[in-house]
Design a protein around this ligand. Structure first.
Ligand code: SAM
Length: 282
């Protein structure tokens, strides 16, 4: 992909670097994965404060430059790869023990990169990430403002706001504001499901028409008659006037359990199974 399409806005504000490094809470024995190291605004601090650093950079020239810079340091490896497809469950450094993720993420790919790590079998212990401000709000949203992305993140992790970052802290400045978030994956998902695929299929359908009441949205998403969708919501004990954004993670658990008990009513044309590349947030 051409560099200008890789979300390359390089951090130039040392106080933002300090905040990210402080939030990462590094130890000299830590293994850290940095996503999109670019010209190394965060990399030097990561290398000096932790034991091993794995750099994943998609841009060939930037990856070559980092490989040359750290050639003689056995504690640094550079992968010239797309972090959306990186397999943390396969990399020897990450399968040996716990690891942390840090990154000023390319905004076009932030959601799939976060999902790739949160849904992997080898999840990081923490992720300190910079994303677009609106995306950060969605990821950390509370009931009343929840979205599909809020559920997708909060089923796997606790999300805490670290700092807002204005465009002038970057070169070139992006058109949007940014936010640093700290995600701490929970030991087990916050929802108990037989199949994550089934659960997120329901959530995705539930947000089909986010501004409508939940039963309308479910009727649209699941292709079931309005009356059936209303009965499903009534069985959960929720007010039928509720909109999808008001449901907490615990509410989604109740709705999912009720839906499963009812035999997963849906008349979805074609397969209901999500394909590997069917991005949930797309
Ligand atoms: N960390 C640097 C900084 O803070 O100045 C650069 C951050 S810049 C916002 C995003 C970086 O991610 C760029 O270096 C870009 O080349 C890289 N990148 C873009 N897409 C990527 C992908 N899919 N996987 C890994 N790195 C990617």
């Amino acid at each position: 992909m051409a560099p200008r399409r890789l979300g390359q806005h390089f951090l130039e504000d040392s106080s933002v670097v300090d905040s990210i490094i402080a939030a990462a809470d590094l130890r000299s024995t830590d293994t850290v994965v940095e996503i999109g190291p670019g010209r190394g605004a965060l990399t030097g601090e990561l290398v000096s404060r932790s034991g091993r650093v794995l750099l994943i950079e998609y841009d060939d020239d930037l990856a070559d430059g980092l490989a040359a810079k750290y050639e003689t340091n056995p504690g640094v490896r550079v992968l010239n790869a797309d972090a959306r497809d990186f397999g943390s469950d396969l990399d020897p450094w990450l399968t040996e023990g716990p690891y942390k993720v840090v990154g000023n993420l390319p905004y076009y790919a932030a959601n799939p990169i976060v999902r790739n790590f949160l849904e992997s079998t080898r999840k990081p212990t923490t992720m300190v990430i910079m994303v677009q401000r609106e995306v950060a709000r969605d990821m950390a949203a509370q009931p009343g403002e929840m979205s599909l992305l809020s559920v997708a993140v909060q089923v796997y992790a606790e999300a805490v706001h670290v700092i807002d970052v204005p465009p002038e802290c970057f070169n070139p400045p992006p058109k949007v504001h940014s936010t640093v978030l700290k995600l701490t994956p929970t030991p087990v998902p916050t929802v108990q499901f037989e199949s994550a695929e089934d659960f997120f299929n329901l959530v995705r359908k539930g947000f089909k028409s986010p501004r409508k009441q939940l039963h309308n949205s479910l009727s649209d998403g699941l292709f079931i008659p309005l009356q059936d969708a209303r009965s499903l919501v009534e069985l959960t004990g929720f007010e039928t006037s509720r909109r999808p954004a008001t449901l907490s993670i615990a509410d989604w658990q109740v709705l999912y359990d009720t839906w499963v008990k009812q035999g997963r009513p849906a008349q979805v044309p074609g397969s209901t199974r999500r394909k590997r590349n069917d991005r949930r947030d797309g």
